[in-house]
Structures are given as structure tokens and as C-alpha cells.
Write a protein of this length. Structure first.
Ligand code: ADP
Length: 457
């Protein structure tokens, strides 16, 4: 087992990883920016090193500075968390070139899966269903027109190197196609430095169902069941649950098999998530995220597998300690992402000093947080403050428990999106499990939130 790990991240995920390290007897090194001098993770680590200076965002992207601290402190490995350098193939390679272990996939895994065109082609050839569409980056708009005509409108254009919902455009008819291709290429080029764009069918009634996978260095791969992440705003997930309401034992087996097949196809290493779109009984590979996901705790809640620890174990060269048949799920789990956002002002980021802070507690509650009372939430980073995760014997109990937990959660001094979650958990369609990725728009959730706030509850 590793003895010392540097966590190249901040906020709740840095704390989450260090907690796993502490339980495994691994000492921890944090790196922090000027804005994070007083952050919880920097205090939590066994030792913390300043990698300032401003601009603050650059600190956690400064590969040289991070590796220098790792070498200086004699850390043996680096955990990248999510975001920042987590899906940076050069960083993974650079860490290993310096004789350190990257707690995640190889640079090559990241390169291959980060390219939507390449990964789709690889999946298709290994028998994993993919969304119908172009197989290559669009060169010839006339050919793209033919493909779109064949699969039928609407279609979606995506930057091959894209992520975070950026570089995607839905096209409703042929008249808009050429201009949309041009503009998506421009966005792709400026945001990701690669103008390759693919076109695929924009699926009807799409639900986002993803599979957690974990692989050791010897080619053993298992899946740790599904998560449904269809409650999205601007393609960003807000509430996740497991199991998925659309799941049957038969479908789980089929999708799980496809997910492990996807990982095997690229000789994947460590934890990853295979994302699928589910539409009217069919499922299609969407992409693979080559890191630990924000929403990983719901999987931990129902399966008992500690994914962060499992990552540390396999990165230490140990075999997976589970076989596929060891993975079972019990009950239901939800996660609400608690963000510093102002629901009265179009969910605009609301950084600033937290005055009072009291987390919910009691049966079935888990809070993965990176903040505390008195902490000044910096404006430079993602607005995620904490994740509220609940477990219930069944979906109904889990929903009621989440509502109770949101009611208990006290955060003052800054605005949060807690009212949004309260409104969703009260929505009759959500309660029935009858929702797609269009849920927020389709059910006018943002107007509902406005009304809810005006009613002064
Ligand atoms: P990113 O890499 O930016 O996260 P993804 O390809 O993972 O992009 O897609 C993000 C979200 O966009 C999905 O969860 C889904 O809501 C929507 N989406 C993507 N592709 C399709 C599609 N073919 N049909 C319908 N919705 C889609």
C-alpha cells in the first residue's frame, strides 16, 4: 500500500480523498492557492504546501509546481480528484515519468477516451451500442447533411474534444445545419484547440444512465452498478440517484456488460464512468469519464464499496478485492449538489463568507463538504460547496429523508441552491420517477422555484 499521497485538488473532493487515505493509514499532502489558505482541505492534510501565486485558477493547473511539491515531500502518488488535471493525459504521463503513481488511468486511456470520435469508434467496434451518427469528424458538410437526413432531425453536434456541456448544439432542421456546423467548429477550436465535430441523433426522451467501473492494473474490471443523472441544467448534473427508475435486472446486466466491455476495449485502469443515454428501452454509449465522479458517493451508499479506497488500493498495485458477483445494491440513494448560487438571480454564483453553517445529521445522511462557518468561499472556482447524500430502504424513504435533510441544512451569509432541490423533490413527476434530461425545462422548475421563494417558505 502507498504510504504518502499528494492530492492535487481542492474543496470537498480533496477532503473526501484524504479521508480515505486516513482510514488506510496513508499520509496526505495538500497543495493550495492563495484563495484557499484557510480552506478545510488545507487544514485537514498532514502537510500543506502553498502553490500560489495568483491567478488562483492556475495554481491547481500548475503541473510543475504540483510535481515539485510531490517530489520534495516524498509523496509516492498523486490523486487528481475531478476537474482541474484529472483528465489531463499530459499530467498523468508527467507524474509517472517522475517516478510517481498517478491515481487514475494512464495518459493513453485519457487521450483515447477524451476524444469523442475515437472513443465512439472504439466502442462500436467492440460491440457497445453507440448513438447513430457520423463516424468521423465532419469534413464535408454535404456528407453530414446526408447522415442527418438518414438518421432524422433533430441532431446534435458535439466538439470531439468537448466536455462540461460546452461545444454542443442541437439542430432541428436541414436549413440550420451548415451554419451550426461552422459555429460548433469555431467553439471547438477556441475552447478545446481541436475543431473536430461529430453529428449524432438527438435522442427522444433521453435519460442519462451511467455505470461506475473500477479496474486494477492486471486487467480485472468490474462495474459497480448504475447512477441516473437526468436532472440537469445546461447539461450539468444537479441531482443523482441510484438505482435508476428505468432499471430492470436484465437491463442492468446488459448495460453493465457493455460498460465493462468499454473499459476492457481500452485496457482501462483505475476508476471510471461509462456514460450512456437511455431512450425508450434502448441504450447508447455516450462517453467515458476517466476519473472519480462528483456523484460517486451514491454508489458507495448502496453497494458499500468505498471507491476512493479502491482507487488507492489498485494504484498501489493490489488486485481488485471484489468480483462482479460480490457487487450488490441495497436500498436507494440520492445526491443533491449544494452550490453557492443565487436562485433568485438565475443561479448566478454567490461566493462570500459563510456566517452560520449547520449540516444535517441522523439516520442515512452523508455530507461531503469542503466548507465551514467563517470560511470565505472564493469566487474563482466551481460553486460546489458540498454534496448531500442520503440513503433510504426504498426510493420513497430516500426522498422523504432528503427533504428532511435539506430542511435541517443551515447555510447563511451566502445564497445556495437548496430551494431548487426542495422544489424538485416535491415535484409529482420527479416523485414518480417520470423524468428525462429535459425535466427542468419541461416541468418549469425554475418558475416553480421563483414561486416557492416568493411564497416565503
Ligand atoms: P460533455 O462531455 O460536455 O459532458 P456529453 O456527450 O457527456 O457531453 O453530453 C452531456 C449531456 O448532453 C448528456 O447528459 C445529455 O443530457 C445531453 N446529450 C448528449 N448527447 C445527446 C444525444 N445524442 N441525445 C440527447 N441528449 C444528448
Amino acid at each position: 500500500m502507498l504510504n504518502k499521497v499528494l492530492v492535487a485538488n481542492r474543496g470537498e473532493i480533496a477532503v473526501r480523498i484524504m479521508r480515505a487515505c486516513r482510514e488506510l493509514g496513508i499520509s496526505t499532502v495538500a497543495v493550495y492557492s492563495e484563495a484557499d489558505r484557510e480552506a478545510m482541505f488545507a487544514k485537514y492534510a498532514d502537510e500543506s504546501h502553498f502553490i500560489g501565486p495568483p491567478p488562483p485558477l492556475q495554481s491547481y493547473l500548475n503541473m510543475d509546481a504540483i510535481i515539485e511539491v510531490a517530489l520534495k515531500t516524498k509523496a509516492e502518488a498523486i490523486h487528481p480528484g475531478y476537474g482541474f488535471l484529472a483528465e489531463n493525459d499530459k499530467f498523468s504521463d508527467m507524474v509517472e515519468k517522475n517516478g510517481l503513481v498517478f491515481i487514475g488511468p494512464t495518459g493513453q486511456n485519457i487521450r483515447e477516451m477524451g476524444d469523442k470520435i475515437f472513443s465512439k469508434r472504439t466502442m462500436k467496434s467492440s460491440g457497445v451500442p453507440v448513438v447513430p451518427g457520423t463516424e468521423e469528424g465532419i469534413q464535408d458538410v454535404e456528407k453530414a447533411k446526408d447522415v442527418a437526413h438518414e438518421i432524422g432531425y433533430p441532431v446534435i453536434l458535439k466538439a470531439s474534444g468537448g466536455g462540461g456541456g460546452i461545444g454542443m448544439k442541437i439542430v432541428d432542421n436541414e436549413n440550420d445545419l451548415i451554419e451550426a456546423i461552422e459555429s460548433t467548429k469555431r467553439v471547438a477550436k477556441s475552447a478545446f484547440g481541436d475543431e473536430s465535430v461529430l453529428l449524432e441523433k438527438y435522442l427522444d426522451e433521453p435519460r442519462h444512465v451511467e455505470y461506475q467501473i473500477i479496474a486494477d492494473n492486471k486487467g480485472n474490471v468490474i462495474h459497480v452498478r448504475e447512477r441516473e443523472c437526468s436532472v440537469q441544467r445546461r447539461h450539468q448534473k444537479l441531482i443523482e440517484e441510484t438505482p435508476s427508475c428505468v432499471m430492470t435486472e436484465e437491463l442492468r446486466e446488459k448495460m453493465g456488460e457493455a460498460a465493462t466491455q468499454a473499459a476492457k476495449a481500452v485496457s482501462y485502469r483505475n476508476a471510471g464512468t461509462v456514460e450512456f443515454m437511455y431512450s425508450k428501452g434502448n441504450f447508447y454509449f455516450l462517453e467515458m469519464n476517466t476519473r472519480l465522479q462528483v456523484e460517486h458517493p451514491i454508489t458507495e451508499m448502496i453497494t458499500g464499496v468505498d471507491l476512493a479506497k479502491e482507487q488507492l488500493r489498485v494504484a498501489s498495485g493490489l488486485d481488485l478485492q471484489y468480483a462482479q458477483e460480490d457487487i450488490t445494491g441495497q436500498g436507494w440513494a440520492f445526491e443533491c449538489r449544494i452550490c453557492a448560487e443565487d436562485p433568485e438571480n438565475n443561479f448566478f454564483p454567490s461566493p462570500g463568507k459563510i456566517v452560520e453553517y449547520k449540516e444535517p445529521a441522523g439516520p442515512g445522511i452523508r455530507v461531503d463538504s469542503g466548507v465551514y462557518a467563517g470560511f470565505d468561499v472564493p469566487p474563482f472556482y466551481d460553486s460546489l460547496l458540498s454534496k448531500l447524500i442520503v440513503w433510504g430502504r426504498d426510493r420513497n424513504e430516500a426522498i422523504k429523508r432528503m427533504k428532511r435533510a435539506l430542511w435541517e441544512y443551515e447555510i447563511t451569509g451566502i445564497k445556495t441552491n437548496i430551494p431548487f432541490h426542495e422544489v424538485v423533490l416535491d415535484n409529482e413527476f420527479f416523485v414518480k420517477g417520470d423524468y428525462t434530461t429535459h425535466f427542468i425545462k419541461e416541468r418549469n422548475i425554475l418558475d416553480e422555484v421563483k414561486r416557492y421563494l416568493e411564497s416565503g417558505k
